[in-house]
Write a new protein. Sequence first.
Length: 182
Amino acid sequence: MNEILPLMKGAAARTTEVVRAIGDDQLGLPTPCSDFDVKALLNHLEWVASLFESVAAGGPFVPPKQDYTGDFPERVERMLAVYERPEAWQGVSEAMRGLPRSVVANMALTDLVAHGWDLSRATGLDYEVDDETATTLVAFCAQMAPMGRERGAFGAEVSVPDDAPALDRFLGIIGRDPAWKP
């Protein structure tokens, strides 16, 4: 199994904590992910968990879901359960245009951390990312940035000092301003 799985589990736990702490009165707040308010981003994150569950199991690309259901914690647990299987890490994902499954897992980690951070910033909740996860994401996203921008997954890079914390550099690479405030 890949060394990314423990990082995914940690990111899923931290993001789940944030998701569970969001109140109904916060659903309309803006987020750093400019296309989404909090409710729409929660809906997107639910879809992301279902998408990565499907592709890790060798299933199809799941189309985006339409309605927020409030079940991200359950969805992300199902996703992680699939990643416990060795075959989730082997070969390529046909649903994700032939990308190696290890790359797809890194994409899942990217989404968990980016959107966990987005939600924490939007709502004023704490969100900690350990150095190993942040450093892993910097390396992965630096390599994936051209494709990420081409496919609309990343925004234009935000300039961040080279000596900034790894989380801030990761955020800058994917097009987030680490200093974003609502």
